[in-house]
Design a protein around this ligand. Structure first.
Ligand SMILES: Cc1cc2nc3c(=O)[nH]c(=O)nc-3n(C[C@H](O)[C@H](O)[C@H](O)COP(=O)(O)OP(=O)(O)OC[C@H]3O[C@@H](n4cnc5c(N)ncnc54)[C@H](O)[C@@H]3O)c2cc1C
Length: 389
């Protein structure tokens, strides 16, 4: 019997899952460690596979995200001194029926949260573990509260406490790519003609994303076999500007315009694919289940696929065990391929290839792979959970 669902994490995955499972008539509660919702996160590229799922979960949401974010019509590839290497018109809408959207993680979070009653989202609840038996799962928080649920979903990201309780793996794997990023109110001159820019440097690159509403997301990543963190925000900003010394002034200007305390500095990490990620009444989704390097822009997109599959498995199964086994079986192979491709793609940005990777790299760009990725369709289900209610 499944009635009460506890979701850990009010990120894109947790909130999308809350909408999907509330629509099945379940009593869903979301627990988030943040003390308040505040502007956070990076600019995300949402691709047709993710948007198709989002629209299935919350009809009308793609239109809302299109008006608060940006539909990408053109991307431009530039060199460090600012020369145009090539420009591409986005063919996503024509080829796959959904566009490429660029949105701010925070706006995506707020858009999803606005589809839920506010009293089911509990801020200031950091999950520190759980215990389960055959009939329920008891979730513990650092504010000394505990709650009981029939199903626990860990949607708590890369450093998932739910995954740690399940598998005790420890720290994630640093992939060799160091990242600095921010989203600020800034109209970059490039956005008169393009919505997305990629600038390639020496084992370093930068993305500029128009995320709508006059906001720009900048991300720069550098190949670093070992990484170290700056001692202060001011030092981090000085460090980035130093790394961008030979870059065109317009690329440096956006970093200069960013208040130091708004810059996020950190390593890009993933984890090895899991062969299973459910136990008893507990499962994972999104970055908690299959964290990946951002090279293919699939972290959030694959998370929305997870949500659709979990929703359908809960509808179609006759027991919770059957639903969770079927959910991870349906997700395992696809997400492990995307994780592997993302790791290879991250190194490809720096043109560091081992001979074994070369073939994979040439395949990673091919149309078949893109079709496989972007043509994903969520499974059909009855929209009712009669068997388990
Ligand atoms: C530089 C960069 C660029 C990216 N670009 C893209 C892109 O273009 N397209 C794309 O699809 N993806 C992209 N991603 C990946 C994307 O951000 C993630 O895959 C996505 O946010 C995962 O969603 P999630 O809900 O699983 O986890 P998260 O977004 O990490 O959300 C997890 C939530 O859980 C909360 N939480 C964590 N621990 C606890 C706890 N113990 N108790 C309670 N709450 C907790 C967190 O505060 C957070 O709100 C990018 C990532 C990076 C770093």
């Amino acid at each position: 019997m499944v009635k009460k669902v506890a979701i850990i994490g009010a990120g894109p995955g947790g909130l999308a899952a809350a909408i999907a499972l509330s629509n099945l008539g379940l009593d869903v509660q979301v627990y988030e460690q943040a003390q308040e919702f505040r502007p956070a996160g990076t600019g995300l590229g949402l691709t047709p596979n993710g948007l198709t799922c989002l629209e299935a979960i919350a009809p009308g949401i793609v239109a809302a995200l299109t008006s608060s974010g940006c539909q990408v019509h053109h991307t431009v590839f530039k060199s460090m001194p600012g020369e145009t290497i090539r420009t591409n018109a986005s063919m996503m809408l024509a080829q796959y029926g959904q566009p490429l959207l660029t949105v701010w993680w925070w706006r995506l979070q707020q858009t999803l949260a606005s589809r839920l009653p506010s009293n089911i989202i509990h801020l200031n609840h950091r999950c520190i573990g759980f215990e389960q038996n055959e009939s329920s799962v008891k979730v513990k928080f650092d504010n000394e509260k505990t709650i009981n649920a029939d199903l626990l979903i860990g949607a708590d990201g890369l450093h998932s406490a739910v995954r740690q309780t399940l598998f005790a793996e420890g720290q994630p794997n640093y992939v060799g790519s160091m990242c600095w990023r921010a989203v600020i109110e800034y109209d970059h001159e490039l956005f008169n003609s393009y919505d997305l820019a990629f600038i390639k440097g020496q084992q370093q690159f930068m993305f500029l994303l128009n995320v709508g509403g006059g906001y720009t997301s900048w991300v720069t990543r550098k190949f670093m076999p070992d990484y170290s963190l700056s001692r202060s925000a001011v030092e981090a900003k000085a460090r980035i500007l130093h790394e961008l010394t030979d870059w065109d002034a317009s690329f440096r200007a956006i970093v200069e315009a960013t208040p130091a305390e708004q810059i996020w500095e950190g390593p890009i990490c993933d984890r090895p694919p899991l062969t299973h990620w459910s136990q008893g009444r507990v499962t994972l989704l999104g970055d908690a289940a299959h964290p990946m390097a951002p090279a293919m822009a699939q972290g959030a997109n694959s998370t929305f696929e997870d949500v659709c599959e979990l929703q359908a498995c809960l509808c179609n199964a006759t027991s919770l065990t059957e639903a969770l086994v079927s959910y991870e079986q349906r997700r395992r192979d696809r997400t492990s391929i995307i994780q592997a491709r993302s790791a290879v793609g991250e190194m490809r940005y720096y043109d560091i290839e081992t001979p074994g990777q070369k073939q994979e790299l040439s395949q990673s760009n091919n149309e078949d792979f893109q079709d496989w990725l972007y043509k994903y369709q969520p499974p059909v289900h009855s929209g009712k959970l009669t068997a388990m209610l």
